[in-house]
Design a binder for this molecule. Structure first.
Ligand SMILES: [Ca+2]
Ligand SMILES: [Ca+2]
Ligand SMILES: [Ca+2]
Length: 177
């Protein structure tokens, strides 16, 4: 089963044009910013990660994830229901390192699931997955569902790589001429 999950993730990452993707599994307790699961530091163009998580128990669960981008980035994060996106109603928030809200979404992804996008400077950020109605991200809801949180980080290419890209384009033009 795990192999299938990894293949599916590679397909998602491939479809999004992402070069690298790391899979994490949530670790409770992660119900506050201070106890967030650490899901890495990213600096390469096209970096990405995903998290297998669950809003468990009888509701009341909220899952916080901490990550860092060492360059400015466009963050695109989406919650997918597992095993399907038929059930469950997520709320997804992106927060700055001081806990201030950058953006929150309820239903922009499939069904009642959520997605957010933001352009941010280098720094530490938090994503939190919770259930519908928990606008304070403290676990005040009754949702229970499994999910995959998929995060793409469109980090600008370093100047050296951008240079190679221009040289490559010039070479292609010469070949066509
Ligand atoms: Ca959880
Ligand atoms: Ca939790
Ligand atoms: Ca929702």
């Amino acid at each position: 089963m795990k192999k299938n999950v990894i293949i599916a993730l590679a397909a998602v990452a491939g479809a999004a044009g992402l070069a690298n993707a790391t899979l994490f599994f949530e670790s409770e307790p992660n119900n506050t910013l201070l106890t967030a699961d650490d899901v890495g530091s990213y600096d390469r163009p096209g970096d990405a990660f995903a998290v297998d998580g669950r809003l468990g128990g009888r509701g009341g669960d909220v899952d916080w994830y901490r990550f860092e981008v060492t360059e400015g980035a466009t963050i695109n994060a989406a919650v997918y229901g597992r095993p399907t996106s038929e059930d469950g109603d997520s709320l997804l928030g992106l927060f700055a390192s001081d806990g201030s809200t950058i953006t929150v979404d309820d239903d922009d992804n499939i069904g009642l699931y959520s997605s957010v996008e933001a352009i941010v400077p280098a720094g530490v950020y938090y994503l939190a997955v919770t259930g519908f109605g928990d606008d304070a991200f403290v676990g005040d809801h009754t949702e229970t569902f499994g999910y995959k949180l998929v995060v793409g980080l469109n980090i600008p290419a370093p100047a050296s790589l951008a240079g190679f890209g221009i040289l490559g384009l010039a070479a292609a033009r010469r070949r066509r001429a």
